[in-house]
Design a protein. Structure first.
Length: 330
């Protein structure tokens, strides 16, 4: 049975209004180099979303191949559970937990890992999730609505200093101090429970606006990142992913904002570059420190993709390959 003949169920359970366009779909999966004997390997999709990358990976896997996907969103899990394919497993948790999750399934190494760090369009477009300031809805913002504190609950209890730090550090917002004070002042009068309420508070506090960008953009990003522990998960997930990669295996990571892309770039660079000893020391070339990974490519969406899906414009794909223990030329 060829990879294209392997059993699979089409994933298309998302309402038309909430359809998701997978960013850098072919480029990210191509980066895994799923060919030759590798088609029967084990792969990880760290963020199932609505199944775009998983669907393409499964179409290229051989009959002995295996794909394990992760996601925190119950709606994504419900979509993934529609997949009738014995090669596919879905885990309702963050990809940061992959070491334990894979160990529990008897997997010690994998042949490729794909992490798409973006929030999905169905999450943004569904007002009830509270991610968007463009629609009014409950101020939730949790990826996993079954656990944790909502954005409204955190805004009701955080100190002014905590608010300022989160908005400044995770939103890179220069008006973080003013926004934090405005939130404290507003909640003293009444709770902040909807997205429009928070957006209006930010708009009143931010006196100058970036051209073409809503003043609430950075604050919403900051609160979402904090509520979902996105950067903590990314740090743990990158380390776990590297630990799981077999020699020659590849990692494809798609980031969407500067904070996470900087983390990805620095992590991969730290594995691809090594400090070399003083050249005057009598050390054989074979004994010199060797890089642990090889940087393969950095890719951004094409003009036509951005035109068709404006949400793709900030995406960056980075691909790296784990080198054998003996090292290799980076």
């Amino acid at each position: 049975m060829s990879p294209s003949e392997a059993p699979m169920t089409e994933i298309n359970t998302v309402p038309a209004a909430f359809q998701h366009r997978t960013v850098l779909l072919d480029e990210a999966v191509d980066g895994l180099k799923l060919e030759g004997e590798r088609i029967n390997g084990t792969y990880i999709d760290g963020t199932f979303g609505r199944g775009g990358h998983s669907r393409l990976i499964l179409s290229r896997l051989g009959p002995q191949g295996r794909l394990v996907a992760f996601d925190k969103d119950p709606q994504a899990i419900a979509t993934a559970e529609q997949v009738q394919d014995p090669r596919f497993t879905i885990v309702h948790d963050s990809f940061a937990t992959m070491l334990d999750a894979l160990d529990a399934r008897g997997i010690s190494q994998v042949d490729g890992i794909l992490l798409d760090l973006g929030i999905s369009s169905p999450q943004v477009d569904d007002a009830s999730r509270g991610f968007s300031f463009r629609q009014d809805g409950p101020l939730d913002m949790r990826m996993d609505t079954t656990r944790g504190m909502s954005a409204a609950e955190w805004l009701a209890t955080a100190t002014e200093q905590q608010l300022e730090k989160v908005i400044r550090d995770y939103g890179e917002e220069r008006f973080a101090f003013q926004i934090a004070k405005a939130i404290i002042a507003r909640r003293a009068i009444q709770p902040i429970s909807t997205t429009r309420e928070l957006a209006a508070i930010v708009a009143d506090a931010v006196k100058t606006r970036e051209k073409g960008k809503d003043p609430a953009t950075r604050t919403f990003q900051a609160v979402r990142i904090f509520i979902n522990k996105e950067l903590e998960d990314l740090e743990a997930g990158l380390s776990a992913a590297y630990a799981m990669l077999a020699p020659g295996a590849r990692m494809s990571v798609i980031s969407f904002h500067s904070l996470e892309d900087r983390m990805v770039k620095q992590f991969l660079a730290s594995k691809a570059k090594v400090e070399q000893p003083d050249r005057r020391l009598p050390i054989r070339a074979a004994d010199l420190p060797q890089p642990l990974m090889k940087l393969i490519t950095k890719t951004k969406p094409s003009g036509p993709e951005v035109e068709a899906n404006p949400r793709a414009r900030s995406a960056v794909l980075r691909v790296a390959e784990r080198l054998p223990a003996s090292g290799g030329a980076a």
